[in-house]
Design a protein around this ligand. Structure first.
Ligand SMILES: CC(C)(COP(=O)(O)OP(=O)(O)OC[C@H]1O[C@@H](n2cnc3c(N)ncnc32)[C@H](O)[C@@H]1OP(=O)(O)O)[C@@H](O)C(=O)NCCC(=O)NCCS
Length: 310
């Protein structure tokens, strides 16, 4: 027997199969029906579909499928349906779901708490839980960042009142280019979950800022609109700190890719983005040796588009 479902599936298997990208997980479980609550409630994944044979989930940058043991009846690899606990030697790590929530929820969902929420030096506060078949998940949230490369620098969410400080120095920080029309106040007021200020740990003086946001129509993408560092403070790692803080926030929000753009004349920005691990998205023309996207931001414009997985 390979399936119990009698009706039509939610979508043809090949359609779903082709929609997957990169790494996805497929766990063979004793019972899909008894496992769904663990994945939906303890790990807070979105359930895309489930029946007695199969379930699909997404969230926190993960695509996960469950197949019931009986669906593997004809597979030659019998160890998938071994007796005893599953997942020996593997620990699946998810940065995003709350470890405290997982600890409270796991037992009610047929799982087990193996290690209660604990803060580790590797930057995670994490809880180890197992699903009803024994698969071990480590769910965690990033801990507060220690001050390091940019010593004495404190990061915090950007707020509405930062707009006055930033807009007063913006053009000067961009070497006299007129940038203020491209950074309306709304970026300071409505995107504080994805926008950060870097300030001097003692005086509170603004050293740099990042304005970004998470796409609303695409749950996997995030965008960095502006990043700027005081010219007197450049080259000491503040831009990197701001970007890494954004990447962590994006991951925690389940985002998998970050996009940014810049003008091809901004060679410092191109070098910075390349150092930060972005690749240049192929464009429709080459300018200054770079692939550019012409007309993307209006007639007569050309921009370099960067993308990076997080
Ligand atoms: C781009 C900018 C934000 C970089 O900030 P920063 O604090 O000086 O950058 P960091 O010191 O964190 O550098 C991070 C990495 O980028 C590299 N980098 C930064 N500026 C660079 C430059 N001008 N040329 C070559 N590499 C550069 C650094 O070498 C570093 O790499 P590493 O960590 O591998 O050694 C800053 O120059 C700036 O504010 N520029 C004006 C505003 C702007 O153009 N913003 C981008 C478009 S929105």
């Amino acid at each position: 027997m390979t399936k119990l479902r009698t009706g039509e599936p939610w979508q043809p298997a090949d359609v779903y199969g082709r929609s997957l990208r990169g790494l996805s997980l497929n766990l063979v479980v004793r019972s899909v029906t008894e496992s769904v609550a663990f994945y939906e409630q303890t790990l807070t994944l979105r359930r895309l579909y489930s029946d007695e044979d199969f379930a699909a989930f997404a969230g926190h940058g993960l695509r996960l499928m469950l197949h019931a043991d009986h669906t593997y009846g004809r597979m030659p690899t019998g160890r998938h349906v071994a007796e005893g606990l599953r997942g020996a030697g593997v620990e699946i790590r998810l940065l995003g779901p709350s470890p405290d929530h997982a600890a409270l929820c796991a037992a009610q969902c047929g799982g087990e708490v193996l290690l209660p929420p604990t803060e580790f030096a590797h930057g995670w506060r994490e809880c180890h839980v197992s699903d009803p078949s024994g698969y071990v998940f480590v769910v965690g949230e990033p801990t507060a960042e220690p001050e390091r490369k940019g010593g004495g620098v404190r990061l915090r969410p950007l707020q509405g009142e930062d707009a006055d400080t930033v807009l007063a120095v913006l053009d000067a920080w961009w070497g006299g280019r007129s940038m203020t029309p491209r950074l309306p106040r709304l970026f300071f007021e409505y995107f504080s979950d994805a926008s950060f200020a870097a300030e001097d740990g003692e005086s509170g003086r603004l050293l740099g800022f990042l304005c970004g946001f998470f796409a609303t129509g695409d749950s996997e993408r995030a965008y960095i609109h502006f990043v700027g560092v005081d010219p007197a403070e450049r080259g000491r790692g503040i831009g990197r700190l701001l970007y890494e803080r954004f990447f962590a926030a994006a991951r925690a929000a389940g985002r998998t890719s970050v996009t940014a753009i810049t003008a091809p004349v901004n060679t410092a920005s191109v070098a910075f983005h390349q150092a930060m691990g972005f690749h240049l998205v192929p464009g429709d023309r080459i300018e200054m040796g770079l692939p550019v996207h012409t007309g993307r931001e209006g007639p007569g414009t050309s921009h370099v588009v960067f993308r990076r997985e997080v």
